[in-house]
Ligand binder design. Structure first.
Ligand code: HEM
Length: 458
């Protein structure tokens, strides 16, 4: 997984030296290409495509890569996993740890995924819908007619809470509050910088900047080890429905389970990979619905099938992560007329595929129906990447976005605070709506169950 622009500036590892041929690409200085990549991804992708075609070379910091929207190449890249391609997640190493799924190479990666996958299956995650409804209701209860509110932070608080309860199974509110505090602190630009560029901040006079994030990381480790130990001892572990409980009882074919270090790294991975991404998708959903009242009306009148199409359309037109994965090549790889050498990373241009008029008719139109009428194939819908590294939490995220939007549409009438849909700007690891999806609450539609109970009691 490569979130936002972070891993794009990573150094290239792997067996460089194979000869091959690189397609042409923009001649902008490397630093300018990084900025374009971060602040104007759509223009960067569309501009390069118009000038050079489906695949072009990009130079981002110290990384040379090719950005491709060639679906045939994407299919081969994803089906060739895990044997010939490697992930592009190195910059996340300090935060998530050496033992995280994100850092593993084949064959360990595949073996770990087999252990982790069962609790993330579509049917299994449906059981979390009730928990999500309760949490979103209590957030929305606080909003009153006339309020103006940025929905991104509301969604972020919600998605973190869902992970702490449904994934980690933390019932102690105090522990949840402490973990929230740590993740909020990680989100400040300075801490994030120190964490993602550890070599730089440790070596230099910037060292002082990096002390706080390291202290936070140590505190996080201690809290998680404590929670894992308590869960191992928990007499009611077999009755628990959270994902950690299932991870604790998972065994590989030799009967071996995950160690405490492996579990700690996976828990941090799930929190880091799962909450801001989902919150950004929800924020885009709110932003797009607020500006499209006809679709808002239709979503209110329709069933779950339409809502599911709506969620997919949100993820298509504004993917929180506009690239569908990065793979470092372990063998030369053919794309069109080019043979990409092993020293180069292939970056899947999810945005480019999602806005290709030969794949999606009128791609800049926000139209959920397209997912009902002509559902795309797996290499044309890439918000969750693909192949061996495809997002583990995709089903959980799809459910959560649907539940939150459904509750919002049921409980509130809302309107946008700006005349047009916001521009995408970097936010943590994602590209999010500028201004945080600010809406005005026009009215409350129905009392929430919680509000109705209180009213009845008075
Ligand atoms: C809308 C929300 C989300 C988006 C857009 C998203 C997107 C992605 C993307 C693009 C990748 C990289 C795939 C690749 O390289 O092929 C990924 C990987 C991953 N995601 Fe998500 N994600 C979301 C939510 C979640 C959630 C809720 C969780 C878990 C609670 C999660 C856990 C992971 C993990 C563990 C990986 C690494 C898989 C591997 O390397 O094997 N994600 N995600």
């Amino acid at each position: 997984m490569v979130y936002g622009g972070l891993a794009m500036t990573g150094t290239i590892e792997g067996n460089a030296g194979h000869t091959g041929s690189l397609p042409p690409g923009p001649r902008l200085p490397r630093a300018a290409q990084v900025l374009m990549r971060l602040w104007r991804f759509a223009e960067f992708s569309d501009g390069g495509h118009a000038r050079y075609g489906d695949t072009f070379t990009v130079r981002l910091g110290s990384l040379t890569g090719v950005l491709t929207r060639d679906r045939e190449a994407i299919r081969r890249l994803f089906t060739g996993d895990p044997l010939v391609k490697r992930h592009g997640n190195d910059l996340l190493r300090t935060l998530v740890g050496e033992q995280s799924l994100l850092m593993l190479e084949p064959p360990e990666h595949l073996a770990r995924r087999k252990l982790l996958l069962p609790p993330f299956h579509g049917e299994r995650v449906q059981s979390y819908a009730r928990l999500m409804e309760g949490l979103v209701s209590s957030e929305l209860d606080r909003l009153r007619q006339g309020d103006t509110v940025a929905m991104q932070p509301v969604a972020q608080s919600l998605t973190l809470e869902v992970i702490l309860q449904a994934v980690l199974g933390i019932s102690d509110p105090l522990l949840r509050r402490r973990l929230r505090g740590i993740f909020d602190a990680f989100n400040t630009p300075l801490n994030a910088f120190a964490l993602f560029v550890p070599a730089l901040t440790r070596r230099s006079r910037l060292n002082v900047l990096s002390r706080r994030p390291w202290r936070l990381k140590a505190e996080l480790d201690a809290l998680l080890f404590g929670h894992i130990a308590a869960s191992r001892e928990d007499e009611r572990l077999s009755e628990r429905e959270d994902i950690l409980a299932m991870m604790l009882s998972a065994r590989d074919e030799h009967g071996v389970g995950l160690t405490d270090e492996q579990l700690r790294d996976e828990l941090i991975t799930l929190i880091a990979a799962g909450h801001e991404t989902t919150a950004t998708a929800i924020a885009w959903g709110v932003e797009l619905l607020a500006h499209n009242p006809a679709i808002m009306r239709k979503a209110r009148e329709s069933d779950d099938t339409y809502l599911e199409a709506l969620v997919k359309e949100i993820l298509r037109i504004r993917s929180p992560i506009p690239i569908g994965g990065v793979r470092y090549l372990l063998e030369p790889f053919a794309i069109g007329a080019w043979t990409i050498p092993t020293s180069v990373a292939v970056v899947v241009d999810g945005y480019g595929v999602h806005h290709d008029p030969t794949v999606y008719r009128e791609p800049h139109e926000f139209r959920p129906e397209r997912f009902l009428q002509e559902p795309p194939d797996s290499y044309s819908f890439l918000p969750f990447g693909g192949g061996a590294h495809r997002c583990l939490g995709a089903s959980l995220a799809l459910l959560e976005i649907k539940v939150v939007l459904r509750e919002l549409l049921t409980q509130l009438d809302f309107a946008p605070t700006s005349p047009t849909v916001a521009r995408a700007v970097p936010r943590g690891p994602t590209l999010a709506p500028r201004g945080g999806a600010r809406i005005r609450v026009v009215g409350r539609r129905a009392p929430t169950p919680a509000a109705a109970t209180t009213a009845a009691a008075v």
